[in-house]
Write a protein that binds this ligand. Sequence first.
Ligand code: NAD
Ligand code: UDP
Length: 308
Amino acid sequence: MRILVTGGAGFLGSNLCDRLINDGHEVICLDNFFTGRKANIAHLAGHPRFELVRHDVIDPFKFEVDQIYNLACPASPPHYQYNPIKTTKTSVMGAINCLGLAKRVRARVFQASTSEVYGDPHVHPQPEDYWGNVNPIGRRSCYDEGKRCAETLFFDYHRENKVDIRVIRIFNTYGPRMLPNDGRVVSNFIVQALRGDDLTIYGDGSQTRSFCYVDDLIEGFVRFMNQAEIVGPLNCGNPGEFTMLGLAEAVLKQVGGKSKIVHHPLPSDDPKQRRPDISLAKKVLGWEPKIPLEEGLKRAIAYFRTQI
Ligand code: NAD
Ligand code: UDP
């Protein structure tokens, strides 16, 4: 197949491009390099089945493709809050442009949605039929509401125009090709520990997240995209749940060194707990994560050692 990956030079996008090339597909990677890097896909340059296009998803694009994975959007809070209006435009206009293209060329189109659509959840763990608890006007809203609106557009194009959609809700994922200055917690803690700096816990560190290693997530993407039973939304993530204090201790245990834990103020609207209910993915895809946090951290630490 010929497959378009928007945001293909980013953390998840570049890992997905590798997987699709290895599976024998032609890949068009579209990216504006806001948080993506050429280095993430440099090894694919010159590959006969790989093309790179510098383009912004808020402007329309046309390609003859069989499948579209829409991943373009900054994912780390400092990056998506840098230009919040642009973040909402990226999610909403990017979705419209991908859906318009999918409709025209009859391609199957995949939306990288997020656990952030559940906001600061009152239901725990979060199943797909939970509608969420999102502040519409806070610092995180540009991302959360942009992604919620993208989901709305996907389902309206599906109902109104019979566009063949797949909507996945990704929970916190980590691994090689995250930027050292990405700002998300796993990369922050690892980079701080490797540099001998103190680990910055926001708040008291009792808030929880569930961390999925990137290879497990990409396997979920491909299985979901290539089945015909459900269109989503589908939760994809690792149900293992950790406090930020527990994560900091796990990183320090592996890296060693002289770093201490320090506390910084908790950002506004920071969700207190998050864990995916992955019953649907298990049932329909026979998918569940295989790489536990300890092993994933080991691999991520090895990667970040090469970066700093
Ligand atoms: P990332 O920031 O590494 O990658 C995003 C990519 O999109 C980058 O290459 C960036 O340059 C590109 N991009 C941003 N705005 C663009 C625009 N207007 N036009 C074209 N390209 C643009 O983030 P990631 O972790 O790889 O996330 C990929 C997708 O998965 C995002 O849509 C994100 O919302 C979603 N997601 C990720 C996670 C996670 O834990 N990694 C969790 C939930 C959802
Ligand atoms: N966090 C932290 N220290 C950091 C970065 C983040 O304690 O250096 C916290 C953050 O407040 C949040 C959790 O870690 O509670 C996950 O943050 P991240 O930005 O990785 O993802 P998200 O909040 O979007 O799930």
